[in-house]
Design a protein around this ligand. Structure first.
Ligand code: ADP
Length: 582
């Protein structure tokens, strides 16, 4: 390991003047100076000593079994805290594994920094065949908000400062920081080194909206007959919870939360229109988007979903990124700034006499909501054998209702679609899911990131297929004794387990897994607690036990193998051949 750190309190001023430090120490000093206290990663050449040193210097290093999961943990930590989550990987393959998480973070607007060791620049650039040779900087660029490489130890402070600023300012995203092996070992005068570090001031400056933009937006809302507020995960990220609640309640406008904005206001709030989603999207004549993009998750703001026949809609869009505006449809009233400042300005501009939506609109929404809730209650009340998605989720819902502080991770196809609407959330930034890409594989990474960051219980509701992408991290969960309860919805396959090979050959159908697999036994191999649940009662008991103990737990929830639908609710994105449709 390298020489004494620049923070070594035992050095006299004279000794310090002569002392040297190195790249390893400077990276850690730069992160610590900026209040970063945790690194998620996976060690190997050339960053093992960086991880050791981080731990020796009082940082937390959480070691994973695959870099993608470490990167996902870092991304969710960034989303929860507004500070960039840090993922540390080795070069080439380790870097590439982490890159998927970096790209996902950028896509979701989560701030994270992927720090990867890299090989000798001279050899890489001449393609002379180094150990794990790869031009990582250029590989990262298309998938990151920014990418930097540091070649001289005296620039480490600048490199880390730029990475932090790029990750959290404006629209947050993933940043790549390339640290060649040679840089880490470079020595540098300790005094000069200390002077080179930068403590970032006001990393994500407030961005106050222009008064005329606020006025334009208020005019749209004031003149609307059927207004709707749509909250996205940008609104949750902004940590402007009180201002958003004030806007919703003062305006009296029905609101819809996107999946990760659930809990920003409790899902049981009377203005929540979640249970009348299709109705309000189709019928609203003015929609206020707050930290939500009109991407595929919102049918791009057009077509049947948006009631094309009901006439054009007016949109207000609050976003920090001006280029988001008009990305899919015309936006009448863009309000550019940070969500806290924008929402505050809207509330201030509303005045005491701002008109509430008509009772005709509010009654229509309430009526549709009540009808749909009654229908859903009837479905949820059924107790089929074997369990289906609904009866299993009812059991989980009833337990989670008693513990609104619990973090929920959710992925899968059917498991995601059903859980999103059945599991109510009551507090902001407690739900972490497949997000903007609809990605599978975030499960255990997000669960570990959420448990480490919050220090509180996580329940991961996982489809059996989705769980497979990160399942080996059960060892990580057990190693750090994290309060994570993973519930695997086991229906023997992708979507469902009933497909057959049309040729009748030895191979099973592409969507089918081993029947009756016991995922609960996997966690037992690492000292965790495994449960098998075949009824809602068994599931309730196992979940209550897991939460009470706080122990790493996996519940294998046996679901009817014929219960799932192809692609969950994304059937429209999954072209099927005429023959297979039969
Ligand atoms: P969802 O998937 O929930 O609809 P998106 O990820 O599509 O949400 O949208 C989030 C939006 O929020 C992005 O357009 C992003 O630019 C914006 N955003 C993120 N943080 C802030 C912030 N602090 N202030 C304003 N806008 C923000």
């Amino acid at each position: 390991m390298a020489e004494a750190g620049i923070n070594d309190a035992q050095n006299s001023p004279a000794q310090e003047a002569q002392a040297t430090t190195d790249g390893f120490h400077l990276v850690i000093d730069a992160l610590k100076l900026n209040d970063i206290d945790t690194i998620f990663g996976l060690v190997g050449i050339p960053i093992t000593d960086l991880a050791r040193l981080a731990q020796a210097e009082g940082m937390r290093f959480i070691g994973f079994r695959h870099e993608q999961n470490a990167g996902n943990a870092a991304a969710v930590a960034g989303y929860m805290t507004k500070k960039p989550g840090i993922c540390l990987t080795v070069s080439a393959p380790g870097f590439l594994n982490g890159l998927t998480a970096l790209a996902n973070a950028t896509t979701n607007c989560f701030p994270m920094i992927l720090i990867s060791g890299s090989s000798e620049r001279e050899i890489v650039d001449l393609q002379q065949g180094d150990y794990e040779e790869m031009d990582q900087l250029n590989a990262a660029k298309p998938y990151a908000k920014a990418a930097y490489r540091v070649l001289h130890a005296e620039d480490i402070g600048v490199g880390v400062a730029r990475a932090i600023r790029a990750a959290v300012s404006g629209r947050p995203g993933g940043v790549y920081l390339d640290l060649p092996a040679k840089l880490l070992a470079q020595t540098i005068d300790a005094v000069k080194a200390k002077q080179s570090l930068i403590k970032v001031v006001d990393a994500a400056p407030r961005q106050i909206p222009a008064p005329d933009a606020v006025k334009r937006a208020l005019d749209v809302i004031r003149n609307a007959k059927r207004p709707l507020i749509l909250l996205g995960k940008g609104a949750a990220y902004a940590q402007a919870d009180a201002q958003i609640r004030e806007l919703v309640e003062k305006s009296g406008v029905p609101y819809l939360p996107m999946s990760m904005a659930k809990g920003l206001l409790p899902d049981t709030h009377e203005q929540s229109a979640s249970a009348a989603r299709s109705f309000v999207l189709a019928e609203a004549d003015a929609v206020v988007l707050i930290g939500a993009r009109l991407n595929w998750l919102l049918a791009h703001g057009k077509g049947k979903t948006w009631g094309a026949a009901a006439g054009p809609k007016q949109f207000v869009q609050i976003d920090i990124a001006p280029t988001e505006i008009d990305s899919n449809v015309a936006i009448e009233a863009p309000v550019i700034g940070d969500i806290g400042s924008c929402v505050e300005a809207l509330v201030a501009g509303m005045g005491a006499d701002f008109p509430k939506p008509s009772s005709e609109w509010l009654n229509a929404v309430a009526e549709r909501k009540n009808t749909n809730l009654a229908k859903m209650a009837a479905t949820l009340d059924k107790n089929p054998t074997p369990m289906n998605f609904h009866s299993a989720l009812r059991a989980i819902r009833d337990v989670l209702k008693t513990r609104p502080d619990i973090n929920v991770v959710n992925e899968g196809a059917n498991t995601l679609d059903y859980a999103r609407s059945i599991i109510d959330m009551y507090q902001p930034r407690k739900r972490f899911d497949s997000g903007t890409w609809g990605i599978m594989g975030i499960g255990m990474g997000f669960a570990i990131g959420a448990a480490v960051t919050s220090g509180t219980q996580v329940v991961a509701i996982e489809g059996d297929s989705a769980f497979g992408f990160s399942g080996m991290e059960l060892e990580t969960i057990c190693r750090y004794n994290l309060p994570v309860c993973t519930i695997v919805f086991n229906n023997n396959g992708v979507y469902r387990g009933t497909d057959v090979n049309p040729n009748g050959g030895a191979d099973v159908a592409p969507t089918v897994f081993v029947k009756g697999a016991r995922y609960d036994k996997m966690i037992e191999a690492f000292g965790g607690v495994g449960h098998q649940a075949t009824t809602p009662e068994e599931l309730t008991k196992a979940l209550l036990d897991a939460i009470a103990s706080g122990k790493p737990t996996l519940i294998n929830a046996v679901i009817d193998e014929s219960a799932g639908t192809e692609s969950g609710r994304l059937t429209n994105l999954n072209p099927q051949s005429a023959a297979m449709k039969k």
